[in-house]
Design a protein around this ligand. Structure first.
Ligand SMILES: Cc1cc2nc3c(=O)[nH]c(=O)nc-3n(C[C@H](O)[C@H](O)[C@H](O)COP(=O)(O)O)c2cc1C
Length: 203
């Protein structure tokens, strides 16, 4: 069993990085394999709406995201983290989320009818992590919804959404013991969900 961590902050060793690590720690403790990637290390474009993916559910753009598609397909779960940038996810995270458009299938004559191959072939599961510097959840804006709704639409159900407020400086999350424990528990919950899904498939 494998879980892929995806960091949508351009800041390495930042608060997103720390809290995604805590989630992955919980995942590792349950004996799962984990891998973490930084979107900031990758050279990739945003979706250009070429619709080249429509028939095959494969994105036709040739860039570093090709490898991420493979890794995500091979994973049983993902942990996606983004700080809030002006009430939403970062540009890096949005660029990644838009490229998941390749995983949507539409009815040929009625675009209100759509689904995802992930849903059909066995749902996948996610934990999302959102971080903002202000003290109220309103200041987080669409950050967690942008991740959760998009992942859900391509067949990854979010089992836990960590929302961390009042973190500004790089690395401040390191001192947040309770928050890190909560994140770790979310990782454990993710593994339990994956195991339950596996058992349920064989009923
Ligand atoms: C361009 C930019 C926009 C930001 N917009 C918001 C915002 O709308 N609300 C907020 O609370 N924090 C905002 N922040 C603060 C970050 O969300 C915060 O510093 C966070 O801890 C960064 O996470 P990281 O360490 O993982 O990069 C913004 C930061 C930047 C650089």
């Amino acid at each position: 069993m494998k879980v892929l961590g995806i960091i949508g902050s351009p800041r390495k060793n930042g608060n997103t990085d720390i809290l995604v690590d805590s989630v992955l720690q919980g995942v590792k403790e349950k004996g799962f394999e984990v891998e973490k990637i930084y979107l900031s290390d990758l050279d990739f474009k945003g979706c250009i709406a070429c619709e080249g993916c429509r028939k095959t559910c494969k994105c036709v753009l040739k860039d570093d995201l090709e490898d991420v598609y493979v890794k995500s397909e091979e994973s049983d779960g993902i942990v996606l983290g983004s700080p809030t940038y002006f009430y939403n996810v970062t540009w890096l995270t949005k660029k990644f989320l838009d490229r998941l458009y390749a995983y949507e299938v539409f009815d040929e004559t009625d675009r209100s009818v759509w689904l995802s191959p992930n849903e059909v072939n066995g749902s996948k599961y996610a934990v999302t992590v959102s971080i903002c510097e202000q003290e109220t959840i309103e200041n987080m804006g669409f950050t967690s919804d942008a991740m959760n709704l998009t992942l859900q639409s391509v067949g990854w159900r979010t089992v836990e959404s960590i929302k961390a407020l009042y973190l500004y400086e790089r690395g401040e999350a390191e001192a947040e013991y309770e928050l890190k424990e909560r994140s770790k528990k979310a990782g454990v919950k993710l593994t339990k969900t994956i195991i339950l899904a596996d058992k349920t498939r064989s009923i």
